[in-house]
Every structure is written in structure tokens, then in C-alpha cells.
Write a protein that binds this ligand. Structure first.
Ligand code: HEM
Length: 388
């Protein structure tokens, strides 16, 4: 079953309030921890932020858990573990080996970090079911959904989008349903959101931060836009949509530092010719997103440069050429894209109104990239200079 429907029925405007709450909470921590001019590792701060957002919209968390969230070290382990490497090579293995890798992963998932995350989510879902039962006994009607758990509990069969084993051309995930979800399935869905939405967005924010600090003229132009479009203490949904240069910065960041690229893999369902290569049905194809995103035939001679302006005249031509796939492509494209962009815009706007990112002695230049399932910088230490 695809979690696709959930981000359609959940109004982004409602999520905006939660995202801004989390952004303001992070601002308090930033202020506290940089008060004496200390440098901070922005990667760690962004992970606190994105986990808080996902925790509050998908995991039944009711208030901020920043810098005290017991789930954080567990989730981080998921991305460091040996099985994230298995996940990575899974995309390029022959089908019979993919099945073996899948079995190993399933076994691993029943142990360790996944088990702990599952336990926490099961508890949250059961708590919500109990709460609803008690409310019903007291004659209290089910109100507006507060988060994804409510939406999943309310979902009827007709709400669920279907994707079969394949769509004729390629296949990816395989399961689907036509009935109300069980607790196990709801827990599975929430866990998918956690895993897919936590690290990716934190990393994208980290890379943007690094690029802004190393390109002060671009940071200044972005600050001018934020000052102009977001003059009030609270940033509205409409103000966010006016941050056009910010969008260019985010797109350019994901071009130079694509994430979760292992997910850009597909099983070929029909005999196909790619360039001068014949691809047999059943072959697993792994797209090399890093190379694609810096191909001079698509991007020009300055392909390796950070130049957000290249997006200012629209992006259709890049998509038409198939040269830009940070969120994948087709029916299984990332469903969290709008959420990720909103989180990034909201947080960066709040930070850049108050501070400028500056390189400090601890900043690693160039970034030291580590990891497996998602490539990530080892750290993104920054000085945050208060603006006048
Ligand atoms: C900058 C942040 C993000 C990046 C770069 C990113 C990237 C990707 C990529 C490359 C895929 C594979 C798409 C494909 O196979 O065509 C994917 C899938 C997915 N992403 Fe994201 N993602 C981000 C944020 C999020 C967030 C915030 C969420 C949810 C809270 C999310 C949820 C998902 C889910 C559920 C899938 C699987 C979709 C499916 O198979 O139907 N992602 N993402």
C-alpha cells in the first residue's frame, strides 16, 4: 500500500503551524547555544528539527522533544548500520540476490533499531485507539485529525490509492490494500515517513547551509528576499510561497548534493534500449544521479558550480531533459517533496532573518562525505553571526 493519499488529504496549511512551532523551538536552542559565540554543528540541529516535525505529524508526539528525544540515537543508527549498505547495493543486484537481501533486511528490521521504533509507534497508535474508545464512551465525537495516525485510523478503503505489482513499464514496491488499515499497517506507514523524511530533509538543510556560508553573496541575496517577503514575526503560508530565490537555492543544493539516490532504481519490465544498450526484462537499473546532476550536456560548462540563478528562468527544460531527479520520477516519486520544501523554507527563513552563516575553525572544507544509504557530511560546524 502506498502512503500516497495521506499527503493529499492532510492540508499543508495545517502542517505549516507544526513546522513553524518546531522552527521557533529550534531558534530558541540556537540562541541559547550560540550566546557566547560558540560554533554549532548545524547537521545535529537540523536532525533535531526534522525529527520533531515528523514526530509531531506522524508519530503521535504531542510536544517538542528537541535535544531530549530518545528516538534520535535509534533513528541515526538506522542510517549508519550495516544493513543500510545492503539497501544501497540492493538496487544493482540481480533479482534473485535482491530477494536474499530483502530477506536479510526483513530479519534485521525485526531486531535492533527497527524493533525499538516499532515499539514506540505501536504504543502511540494504541494510545490513540484507547483515547478514541474512551471518548466514544463519554459521547465525545472524533474531532479534526491531529496527525497522520488520526488520518490512518479514519481512512476507509476508498481513500487508498492502488499500485499494482507493476505499471507495465517498471515496478518498484509491491503491496497494496483495499480495506481499513490494521494497527501493524499504520505503524508501518508512520515508520516509513520517519525513515524517509527525517534524514533527507536534515541533510538538504545542512548542504544548503554549507553552500550559503561558502557563497556569502548568495546568502546576502537570499537574506534580502527573506527580509522583504517575511517582515512579520510569524511567517505565513503565502509568504513562504513568495520565496522564489529560496526555491532556487534549495533546487541547486539538491542538484549538487542529491540524497537517497539508491532509491532511484527500477526493475525493467519490458525489453528496452537505452542509448546503445539493450536492457532485458527483469534487469535492475540504478540511476547514477550524481553524474546526471552535473552532466555539462544538461547544465552547461558551469555544471559543478553553485549557481541558484540557473533556476530563475524556470525548470521545465531541466526536467524535460530528464537531467534532474532529486525526488525520483514517475508514480513512485517522493511524496514528501512539498513537506520537505516547506520545512526548509520555514526554518531557513527564520534563521536567516536573525543570523548569517559563517565558516568557523571547525568547519570541514571541503565537506567530508560519509555514509551509505544516504551520503552525508560528517559535520557542518558553523558560526552564526547575529545580524544588526
Ligand atoms: C529533501 C528531502 C527529500 C529528498 C531529497 C527525498 C528523496 C526521495 C527519493 C529520491 C525517493 C525515491 C523516489 C522514486 O523512486 O522515484 C523518495 C521516496 C519517498 N519519500 Fe522522499 N525525499 C525527501 C523528503 C521526504 C519527506 C519529508 C518524506 C515524508 C515525510 C518523504 C517520504 C518519501 C516516501 C514515503 C517515499 C516512497 C514513495 C513511494 O515509493 O511511493 N520524503 N524520496
Amino acid at each position: 500500500m502506498t502512503p500516497l493519499f495521506i499527503l493529499f488529504v492532510w492540508p499543508m496549511r495545517k502542517i505549516k503551524t507544526t513546522v513553524e512551532d518546531c522552527a521557533l523551538e529550534l531558534m530558541r536552542h540556537i540562541e541559547e547555544q550560540t550566546a557566547e559565540g560558540q560554533q554549532i554543528d548545524m547537521l545535529a540541529f537540523y536532525q533535531e528539527f526534522t525529527l520533531d516535525v515528523i514526530g509531531r505529524i506522524a508519530m503521535g508526539q504531542t510536544d517538542s522533544q528537541m535535544f531530549k528525544n530518545p528516538i534520535l540515537p535509534i533513528v541515526k543508527k538506522l542510517f549508519e548500520g550495516a544493513y543500510s549498505k545492503l539497501l544501497l547495493i540492493g538496487g544493482v543486484l540481480p533479482p534473485f540476490l535482491v530477494e536474499i537481501v530483502r530477506q536479510i533486511l526483513m530479519k534485521k528490521m525485526k531486531m535492533g533499531s527497527f524493533r525499538k521504533i516499532n515499539e514506540i509507534t505501536i504504543e502511540a497508535v494504541n494510545r490513540r485507539i484507547k483515547q478514541r474508545e474512551e471518548d466514544e464512551k463519554r459521547g465525545i465525537e472524533v474531532g479534526e485529525p491531529q496527525d497522520f495516525i488520526d488520518l490512518f485510523l479514519d481512512a476507509k478503503a476508498g481513500d487508498v490509492e492502488y499500485f499494482g505489482e507493476d505499471n507495465g513499464d517498471f515496478s518498484k514496491s509491491t503491496s497494496y490494500t483495499n480495506r481499513q488499515l490494521t494497527v501493524e499497517e499504520i505503524v508501518g506507514q508512520c515508520t516509513v515517513f520517519l525513515i524517509a523524511g527525517f534524514d533527507t530533509t536534515a541533510l538538504s538543510l545542512s548542504y544548503s547551509t554549507f553552500l550559503l556560508a561558502t557563497h556569502p553573496e548568495i546568502q546576502k541575496k537570499l537574506q534580502e528576499e527573506v527580509d522583504r517577503e517575511c517582515p512579520d514575526p510569524e511567517i505565513s503560508f503565502d509568504q513562504l510561497s513568495k520565496l522564489k530565490y529560496m526555491e532556487c537555492v534549495m533546487k541547486e543544493t539538491l542538484r549538487l548534493y542529491p540524497l537517497g539516490t539508491f532509491a532511484n532504481s527500477r526493475k525493467c519490465m519490458r525489453a528496452t534500449i537505452l542509448g546503445d544498450i539493450e536492457v532485458e526484462p527483469g534487469t535492475m537499473i540504478q540511476v547514477d544521479t550524481w553524474t546526471l546532476h552535473t552532466d555539462p550536456r544538461v547544465w552547461g560548462d558551469d555544471a559543478k558550480e553553485f549557481r541558484p540563478e540557473r533556476w530563475e528562468s524556470g525548470d521545465e527544460h531541466f526536467f524535460q531533459k530528464g537531467g534532474y531527479i532529486p525526488f525520483g520520477l514517475g508514480p513512485r516519486q517522493c511524496i514528501g517533496m512539498r513537506l520537505a520544501y516547506m520545512e526548509e523554507k520555514m526554518l531557513l527563513a527564520h534563521i536567516l532573518r536573525r543570523y548569517s552563516f559563517e565558516i568557523g575553525e571547525k568547519t570541514e572544507i571541503p565537506l567530508r562525505l560519509v555514509g551509505a544509504a544516504t551520503t552525508q557530511p560528517n559535520s557542518v560546524w558553523m558560526k552564526l553571526k547575529a545580524r544588526n
